[in-house]
Write a protein that binds this ligand. Sequence first.
Ligand SMILES: Nc1ncnc2c1ncn2[C@@H]1O[C@H](COP(=O)(O)OP(=O)(O)OP(=O)(O)O)[C@@H](O)[C@H]1O
Length: 335
Amino acid sequence: MTALEVRDLVKDFTIRSGLRHSRFRAVDNVSFTLTPGRTVALVGESGSGKSTVARMIARLEKPTAGRITLTGPDGGRIADRVYRDHVQMVFQDPFASLNPFHTVEHHLARPLKLHGRAKGGEDTRRKVEQLLERVNLTPAADIARRRPHELSGGQRQRVAIARALAPGARIVIADEPVSMLDVSIRLGVLNLLARLQREDDLAVLYITHDLATARHFSDDILVMYRGRVVERGPADDVILDPRHPYTRILAAAAPDPDAGGRGRLAREPRIEPAGNSKLPGDDPGCTFRDRCPSAMDVCSRLPEDFAVAYDHYAKCWLHADGERGTNPATEGANA
Ligand SMILES: Nc1ncnc2c1ncn2[C@@H]1O[C@H](COP(=O)(O)OP(=O)(O)OP(=O)(O)O)[C@@H](O)[C@H]1O
């Protein structure tokens, strides 16, 4: 099976303010594994580092430290030159991710040819139409001739999803794939992603602010705060029985979708790097302690991932009495 392992990933950015330079740690020792047929959701407020993780996996940013390893069905490492055949990204903004000058056909034919999945004009045209049909864009021949501005936002995002599938990707990184779409069509696009995942046995990383869809569409949830994963576990457990004080605040702030709310995380103000008196990478303790209602003296030291239930971990001293240190993500097995 094709799997992607992220291990101890770190990303530092340099911030320039006049003549002063400082370093800011946006991602701090993040580890998880993506496996076929499973969705891992990465949730957290704005600025917690989710997109930076996605961009490193998509090779749009270089990690400062840590490693991202793609392994094939035989368990062997997949070579760098074919990495993009296997790992594709769906971006938040379908308007920006498609070139307004090119037709839909061009957007899909290019990756098909580039990755050797179509040969000759007729074969390419047929495969473009097949891809469009898979994402419910019909009549495919008509859609293929259009340019992005002739499509709705939802249709554009479906083209972006088809483009991610064109190289035969096994791993899909979906960074807030529906947050810019009209609320009425979001569920349709997420259901489409879920169907394609089942049909192709894809491994999906779903990045979102939306706890309700994270729970519904994911098997596991990782909660990020200031660059660190502070809680991880099966989706239902993390949402229904959050154990890290930060996750508890998030879950309490998210309206209950069953009560008619939208189940969306409060978008808190972005944490500006220059404003941090202690940067996550420099902070030897828990970075949530200045906001934590349960902060204790021991929080000035960094907690490890304490087991709070089966396969469920919280990076919080409140759970130090629990079973220790068998976090599969940090022990090398599946997250
Ligand atoms: N190229 C960059 N240079 C400097 N700082 C950056 C850069 N890219 C991201 N950051 C900072 O890194 C932190 C993490 O950003 P990131 O976009 O990964 O967060 P996020 O959780 O995805 O937020 P959002 O949900 O708003 O997209 C933020 O403080 C951001 O300002």
